[in-house]
Design a protein around this ligand. Structure first.
Ligand code: GLV
Ligand code: MN
Ligand code: MN
Length: 414
């Protein structure tokens, strides 16, 4: 069965559609696309992407972090404009998240033909944005930005393989990643084209949107300790039920985020002993909070401890909470945003809506290196991280036109 439906549309959109359909086959078996970093599917994908880069007249190399780079040189000493996204997917994900941005970047360069650019341009296919195989992500962009914590290479996947060993087996060089940090003076900016993964553009009936900011994220690990007991004999008022506390916490987190107009998710929960006839003794769960404004996120993060204390008291349990990860919101650069908005007007004849991104992206790590901007492509039904994820060939064609117009404008302003 084809993952991507066929429409009769704009030529580069149709080529994008075909290319995404081909590369979607570089996947573990199962529904949709499952392409994790540093495995055979990743290798197969890079071979295909290298072909796209060659077609766009780029010289192809791979860096120590496993990022595939297609470079079109500019005049000596000219800075480089970076265009990129990620090759990896979630398990049973769609055929567009990440990889579409790489495909469209190559097609926009192809559309420019042999036009001499006053800048160098690089299309980057990062290895690992999703963080599905290892409990970390974004090593490619972090290496370029000089923010990569070398400790991540000791992290292991479910099979006990360390990130360092996996990268080495893939031909990368963990120690060599420290030398990848770019001099910001040599980089003009970073652009990322991405499927929206939400419903805003579809509701606005617009193919493309300009991103204002990428939401910040924080993650907390929670351990709830109750007491196991016989399901038939322990009186309800005498229980120390860890799952009861967890369910109060899930509801509390949901309500707090809804009331603040931000997002929060309990996405992982382990229960022990997890048997039908015993009171749950222990729950381990995660809470993730995302917001476009950091103060809203940190305020909710700070409110979690009092909420846990209140629930622990009400349920006669103990609750420990620890913040494990924080990533600030990153604003997109005003000048690049204006340039993208003008390019969308040129390509589609209509203004592009502006919208924040609730999902995170390679751009959030690249923001530590250089100005960033993102262009979103309409997503059918707002569905993403799902085999049903879909962007039409027509909308992808409009995105290629807009990026080519942006590059032309960017070049003529240079
Ligand atoms: C990745 O897609 C994320 O937003 O976590
Ligand atoms: Mn993505
Ligand atoms: Mn994703």
């Amino acid at each position: 069965m084809d993952l991507i439906r066929k429409d009769q549309v704009h030529e580069s959109g149709a080529v994008a559609q075909e290319r995404l359909e081909t590369i979607a086959k570089a996947s573990e078996p199962g529904p949709g696309v499952s392409r994790l970093p540093f495995g055979p599917e990743h290798e197969a994908a890079l071979e295909i992407i290298a072909g796209w880069m060659n077609q766009a007249d780029c010289t192809v190399t791979r860096d120590a972090a496993g990022t595939l780079i297609g470079r079109r040189a500019g005049p000596a000493g000219a800075p480089t404009l970076l265009i990129g996204s990620h090759q990896d997917s979630v398990r049973h994900g769609g055929a567009f998240d990440g990889i579409m941005g790489v495909a469209l970047g190559c097609l926009a360069l192809e559309a420019l033909g042999d036009r001499a650019l006053p800048f160098a341009v690089e299309v980057l296919a990062f290895a690992d944005e999703e963080g599905v195989r290892f409990p970390t992500a974004l090593i490619g962009p972090r290496a370029l930005a000089g923010t990569l914590d070398q400790g991540v290479f000791a992290m292991v996947d479910k099979a006990g393989v360390s990130l360092g060993a996996a990268l080495k087996a893939f031909g990368g060089d963990p120690e060599g990643t420290a030398a990848l940090a770019c001099d910001p003076a040599t980089i003009a900016g970073y652009l990322e084209l991405h499927i929206e993964q939400g419903p805003v553009l579809e509701a606005a009936d617009k193919p493309l949107g300009v991103v204002t900011a990428i939401s910040g994220i924080e993650r907390h690990r929670v351990t709830i300790t109750g007491e196991a007991g016989h399901a038939g004999t322990v009186l309800m008022e005498m229980r120390h039920d860890a799952l009861l506390a967890a369910s109060d916490l899930v509801r509390g987190v949901h309500d707090m985020a809804r009331d603040q107009g931000i997002r929060a998710t309990v996405g992982q929960l382990d229960i022990s002993p997890n048997v039908v006839n015993a009171i749950p003794a222990r729950i381990d769960l995660t809470i993730e909070i995302r917001a476009a404004e950091d103060p809203a996120r940190t305020a909710m993060g700070a409110a979690l401890s009092p909420l846990c204390a209140q629930i622990a008291e009400a349920t006669a349990t103990q609750i420990e909470i620890e913040k494990t990860y924080a990533q600030p919101a990153q604003a997109c650069d005003a000048g690049l945003r204006e340039g993208l908005a003008a390019a969308v007007r040129t390509a589609t004849g209509a203004p592009a809506p502006e919208l924040p991104s609730g999902a995170t992206h390679d751009a959030s790590a690249m923001a530590d290196l250089c100005p960033i901007a993102m262009l979103f492509v309409r997503c059918k039904g707002g569905i993403s991280h799902n085999p049903a994820e879909y962007a039409s060939a027509g909308d992808m064609g409009a995105a290629v036109d807009a990026l080519a117009a942006f590059l032309s404008g960017f070049c003529s302003n240079a």
